[in-house]
Each structure stands twice: as structure tokens, then as C-alpha cells.
Design a protein. Structure first.
Length: 439
């Protein structure tokens, strides 16, 4: 349960809600919660598995274990990624939401700026075993520099290129593409007979941003300048976004129907042999849930421009991905919330949950387990360590995801409908997104 607290409007929450097509004021009270409901918690978990039912099956026994140990019952709701940010922003404005929730690590600074989340100061970190249990880079993605983190790392990830070994063999292709030029030429060999080379989630705003960000960096661009001013429609950013959408519009290696995907449908297509490749974070558990077996797929770094290798110069090939766990400041079970975060970030649970989801534990001791030495996770760890970069650490980051993610979504819709995707049309969409940031 949650108790409602008085809310004072703050500009950052209002702007975030406007970007999310919601409305209302934010809340920035300094209260640190109460223990008015010590026997219950509500928890919003992000959709990590192939579907919500799979997450419920994974988390249910663990929440029961927590209840048996503490006497605290946890009411679970798994929220799809397409809905999660809007739900959080609405809860931030109203003061009514869960006690504990998962957030994308890229949202940490934005949600921190609302004042709605419990700051993880030294005292709160001590309550869950100490800050030094966590990998430093994971803590670095939990809030703005110079402030107490707004959340605690739960799952760490990066992007990789997953490919269907049988489809590659049947097409006479002996290795995955390492460059974008190879992606197109290889992809055109695979896109035939009702099958397609690459899966995408054209209506998933966050996924759109992740791909656009990587290509932007590879073009030597940034979406914000040093002063935090948006620079969405620069020539390099326009070319980066166009390159991504052109995989459907021009190169014809992404199925037009992918323009409507936003709930991991591309993973199911991959597992069913409809597409040969997908760019994804920690996808192994989803593939298994859809009937694939270890060895059916291969994993390689995300492509970079011709003539380079991941991590060299501009060749960033992933954003720093991950899921953080936050506590709403006005929880009515603050002690229980801290106990729950401690439980979920314990060595035992970190090994179990990250192994299930195919992600990397941000807890140092858990990361040493042999379960995280697989081919998939070796590639993901290598990417995180050498060629991943964080999304812009600005308070407007979630508004940026909404505005530019929507622009990419609309461009995919144009491509799927056969409408031309030109440099001018891409620039117009990004200029509109930039203008929205100023409202």
C-alpha cells in the first residue's frame, strides 16, 4: 500500500509528464517515509523476461521466500516497458504508487530530479550491506554525479548482436557482420522467402533511443552539448537516425511489420526463425523461453563503421544498460522497503535472478560465479568494459527518450507505409522533438 503525501509542483516533473502525455504537479517533500504498514509492500517490476507471465513465475517464488523470512507480503505488478515510464511519472506527480520499483538506469537522473525517490546516502547503503558491494560503473548510472544515488543497481546489461546459427548456415554465411556495411550485405542475403535479416522494435521508444544513441556516437555526435542544451537535429544526428530507419526503408532487411513492435515481439520472431538477427540486451533467457536451446544462437559485438573495432575512437557500440531498484520517498513501509532491496541485491538473489535473465550482476561477489562466464555474458561484459557509453546524464533524459524515441517511431511508421524517409524528413522530426524539449 501507499500513503498519499502533500505534493508541491516542480518544473522537472511537469516537463517530464508533458513529454509522457500526462499532466499534474510533482512532489519534492523531504519526508523519508513511515512504517504505517509494516507487513506489506507493493513492487513494480520491469518486464525482464519474454513476457509478463514469465516474470511472475520467476519472481513469485523469490517474493514468497522474502515473506517467509520477514513476514512482509509483497504485492507484485510486472509493468511492460512501453508503460513503465508513464506509470512512474504519474505516481511521482500524484504521490501514489508502489513502495519499491524498478527503473531503467537511464532514467535515474531524471527521476532523481523530481525529489520523489529515496536518496541512497551512506546510512541507507549500510542498511543493505554497503555501497562498496556494487560495481562502480553500475553505481555511476544510478543518479547525477555529485549527488547520493537515486537507486541501487539490480541487473547490468549491454547490447549484443544475436544471430541464428541455422539461418546463417542455410544461407552460406559463415560469420556475423562486424560492420554496418556487412550488416546490409549479409542482411540482404538473409531477407528472402518471407524471412528477414534483422528484428527491431519500432514502437518501443527506449529501444529506439538506444540504437539512435549508439549510431549518433559512431557518427561523432551528441544529443546534448556540454551545457546540456539539446542538439537533436545536427547533420550527424540526422544521418545516424536515418541510417537506423534505412535498415527498413532503404536496405529492406527489417520487416515493415516491426514498425509496430514494442513488447519484445522481435525476440519471438527470432526464436521462431522469422528473423536471423536481433540487437538486444541479455536475450538468452527469452530465447530459451520461446523454445530455443543453447547453441542455437551465436552472439557477437554490435557492428561498428567499416575500418574500426568496438571501443576504438568513435566506435561505441552500446549504451550502458541496466535496471536499478528505487524506493519512493513516501513509502509507508520504509524499513520493509530497505529489507526488500537488501534481499534482492543479496549475493544469493543476484546470482539466481541475473542467471535467469541472462544479465550481469552489479554485485561484485555474485559476478564471480561461473554462471556468468558463458559466451553471451563474456561478450556483454567485454562491451560494458570497453565500448559502452552512458546515455546523457541530464535531468531531461527521460523527456529526451520520449521526444526522440517518438520521432524514430514515426519514421519507422513512414517506412512501413512506403512513405519516403529522406534527410529532410528525418531532420524535421528531430527538430520537432527538439522544440518539444523547450516547452
Amino acid at each position: 500500500m501507499r500513503r498519499t503525501r502533500a505534493a508541491a509542483a516542480v518544473a522537472v516533473t511537469a516537463s517530464l509528464l508533458a513529454a509522457a502525455t500526462a499532466c499534474g504537479g510533482g512532489s519534492t517533500g523531504d519526508e523519508g517515509g513511515s512504517n504505517a504498514a509494516p507487513k506489506e509492500l507493493t513492487y513494480w517490476a520491469s518486464n525482464q523476461g519474454p513476457d509478463i507471465a514469465a516474470d511472475q513465475a520467476t519472481l513469485g517464488p523469490e517474493l514468497k521466500k522474502f515473506e517467509e523470512r520477514t513476514g512482509i507480503k509483497v504485492k507484485l505488478e510486472v509493468v511492460p516497458w512501453a508503460d513503465l515510464l508513464n506509470r512512474i511519472l504519474a505516481a511521482t506527480a500524484s504521490g501514489q504508487g508502489p513502495d519499491v520499483l524498478n527503473i531503467g538506469n537511464t532514467w535515474s537522473s531524471s527521476l532523481q530530479a523530481t525529489g520523489a525517490l529515496l536518496p541512497w546516502n551512506a546510512e541507507n547503503f549500510d542498511a543493505i550491506g554497503g555501497r562498496d558491494r556494487f560495481v562502480a560503473s553500475a553505481i555511476g548510472s544510478a543518479g547525477a554525479a555529485g549527488q547520493d544515488p537515486a537507486a541501487v543497481p539490480l541487473y547490468s546489461m549491454s547490447y549484443a548482436l544475436y544471430y541464428n546459427k541455422k539461418m546463417f548456415k542455410d544461407a552460406g554465411i559463415d560469420k556475423p557482420p562486424a560492420t554496418w556495411d556487412e550488416m546490409v550485405t549479409t542482411g540482404q542475403k538473409l531477407s528472402k522467402d518471407g524471412k528477414w535479416a534483422l528484428g527491431a522494435e519500432g514502437s518501443n521508444l527506449s529501444n529506439n533511443i538506444h540504437q539512435a544513441f549508439v549510431l549518433s556516437r559512431q557518427h561523432g555526435a551528441e544529443f546534448f552539448d556540454a551545457a546540456g542544451k539539446p542538439t537533436f537535429d545536427t547533420p550527424a544526428n540526422v544521418e545516424a537516425v536515418k541510417q537506423y530507419v534505412d535498415l527498413m526503408a532503404k536496405d529492406k532487411i527489417i520487416a515493415p511489420g516491426n514498425a509496430e513492435y514494442d513488447k519484445n515481439q522481435s525476440l519471438q520472431d527470432f526464436a521462431n526463425g522469422k528473423t536471423a538477427m536481433v540487437l538486444w540486451q541479455s536475450a538468452a533467457s527469452s530465447f530459451k523461453a520461446h523454445g530455443m536451446k543453447e547453441g542455437d544462437w551465436g552472439v557477437a559485438p554490435v557492428p561498428v563503421p567499416a575500418g574500426g573495432a568496438p571501443g576504438q575512437g568513435k566506435n561505441i557500440n552500446s549504451m550502458v544498460a541496466g535496471i536499478n531498484m528505487a524506493v519512493f520517498k513516501n513509502t509507508d513501509n520504509i524499513d520493509g522497503a530497505l529489507k526488500f532491496v537488501k534481499f534482492m541485491t543479496s549475493d544469493e538473489e543476484q546470482k539466481l535472478l541475473n542467471k535467469t535473465y541472462g544479465s550481469i550482476p552489479p554485485v561484485k561477489a555474485a559476478q564471480l560465479d561461473q554462471a556468468f562466464a558463458t559466451e553471451d555474458l563474456t561478450v556483454l561484459r567485454g562491451t560494458l568494459g570497453t565500448s559502452a557509453a552512458p546515455l546523457p546524464q541530464v535531468p531531461e533524459e527521460s523527456q529526451f527518450e520520449t521526444a526522440v524515441g517518438t520521432a524514430v517511431k514515426e519514421l519507422f511508421a513512414d517506412a512501413a507505409a512506403g512513405r519516403a524517409v529522406t534527410t529532410e524528413s528525418v531532420k524535421a522530426k528531430l527538430s520537432k522533438a527538439q522544440q518539444q524539449m523547450a516547452k
